[in-house]
Design a protein around this ligand. Structure first.
Ligand code: ATP
Length: 366
């Protein structure tokens, strides 16, 4: 196990005449034995970040430390880490046993010890019975396990995983995700996991680093990025269905701030610890998650009037698409499947779960 510190990392790529800042001033501190995920949309710089930690790319500026040792210029094989790639990258001409033992052999481990260790890690990921097979004789899920076993074989301090589940079908993905989590709980390596799948990140990680356009947006525990998103990007990236965002005006009184959106207003206590940003701006964006909207039949005074445009039952609940005076909103309702397009409803927005974001910077205000 080891801790990792990224300090002021920049990485630029040049193709033709264009330069592109893939990672822009990244600082990250990963604790010993922690499982963290790097998430963000395609091209946000997460794989480049992982590759720099691995030593497969060098940062243009900044330093990388492992357990206090500056490894920025240290070659990949001397950093005490292993990597699992999206396409598994296992050798097709070698058996599972040879694939898992490859790094041990290169490291000069005695044959009997190699066999013992290969069996140990194969047991860890439940592929002991496949050791004599070739990769072509394995399913995608089994190949993925071989790749994970190989990464664990040399007992590295750090394991880096780049979208390791993306080639698996949905069911196998869920199962393998849970197994990875159990594996981490058992062996306790420091793990850095790259994914664009927020559910994977939320379920697996101790902390999630959310990136956009090379810039770190927030680095916190799953519950924190979900409940207290630092900005509009995080708020709309994390959570499904996506958080509703509604333009609003703010009117500040002595003790309260009134939030007005067309057809609805509410009063928030002013100056409390909930306020994260300036308390004197006159416009903001209200953020409310679909699960935090309660839908009532008919139009009721004081609630936001809306019309149902579509209902999507998901099995356990229903996603309601709504039109509130020209604004498209989404609500998630449990135990009710009787709404129909055209139904007039009114909405309660839970004040306990209301977010406000600055119109210009997108930073969380409340
Ligand atoms: P994805 O989820 O699609 O894999 P990502 O978040 O992992 O995306 P990166 O692969 O880190 O993104 O790429 C970040 C940016 O840097 C992208 O705009 C990409 O096109 C660019 N980039 C990455 N590698 C190179 C390279 N070798 N040469 C030029 N540009 C590159």
């Amino acid at each position: 196990m080891a801790n990792i510190v990224l300090s002021g990392i920049y990485k630029e790529f040049t193709s033709g005449r264009e330069t592109h800042l893939a990672v822009d001033g990244l600082n990250l501190d990963v604790a010993n034995g922690e499982f963290i995920s790097l998430v963000g949309p395609s091209g946000c710089g997460k794989s480049t970040t992982l590759r720099m930690i691995a030593g497969l790319e060098s940062p243009d500026r900044g330093r990388i430390f492992v357990d206090g040792r500056d490894v920025t210029a240290v070659p990949p094989q001397s950093r005490g880490l292993s990597m699992v790639f999206q396409n598994y990258a296992i050798f097709p001409h070698m058996t599972v046993r040879q694939n898992i033992g490859y790094g041990l052999k290169i490291a000069g481990m005695a044959r009997a010890d190699q066999e013992k260790r290969v069996r140990e890690v194969a047991r860890l990921v439940d592929i002991e019975n496949l050791l004599d097979r070739y990769p072509r004789q394995l399913s995608g899920g089994q190949r993925q396990r071989v790749a994970v076993a190989r990464a664990f074989a040399r007992n590295p301090d750090i394991i880096l995983l780049d979208e390791p589940l993306s080639n698996l079908d949905a069911k196998l993905r869920d199962q393998t995700r849970a197994e990875l989590k159990q594996l981490h709980q058992r062996v306790g390596h420091t793990m850095i996991y790259v994914t664009h799948d927020q559910l994977e990140a939320l379920t697996l990680s101790d902390r999630i680093a959310i990136m956009n356009k090379g810039v770190l947006q927030q680095f916190a525990a799953p519950s924190v990025v979900f409940q207290q998103p630092a900005n509009l990007f995080v708020a709309t990236f994390i959570g499904s269905p996506t958080m509703n965002i509604i333009p609003a005006t703010l009117l500040h009184g002595e003790a309260h701030t009134a939030v007005h959106i067309e057809g609805w207003s509410a009063s928030l206590p002013r100056g409390g610890s909930e306020w994260l940003g300036p308390t004197d701006v006159s416009a903001a964006l209200v953020g409310i998650r679909p699960k935090d909207i309660t839908v009532h039949d008919g139009h009721v005074e004081g609630r936001l009037p809306a019309v149902v445009t579509l209902m999507e039952p998901t099995g356990s609940d229903a996603i309601l698409h709504l039109d509130a005076d020209g604004r498209a909103l989404v609500a998630q309702v449990a135990d009710r499947f009787d709404f129909e397009p055209g139904d007039k409803v009114s909405l309660d927005l839970s004040l306990d779960h209301l977010h406000l974001f600055d119109v210009d910077s997108g930073l969380a205000l409340y």
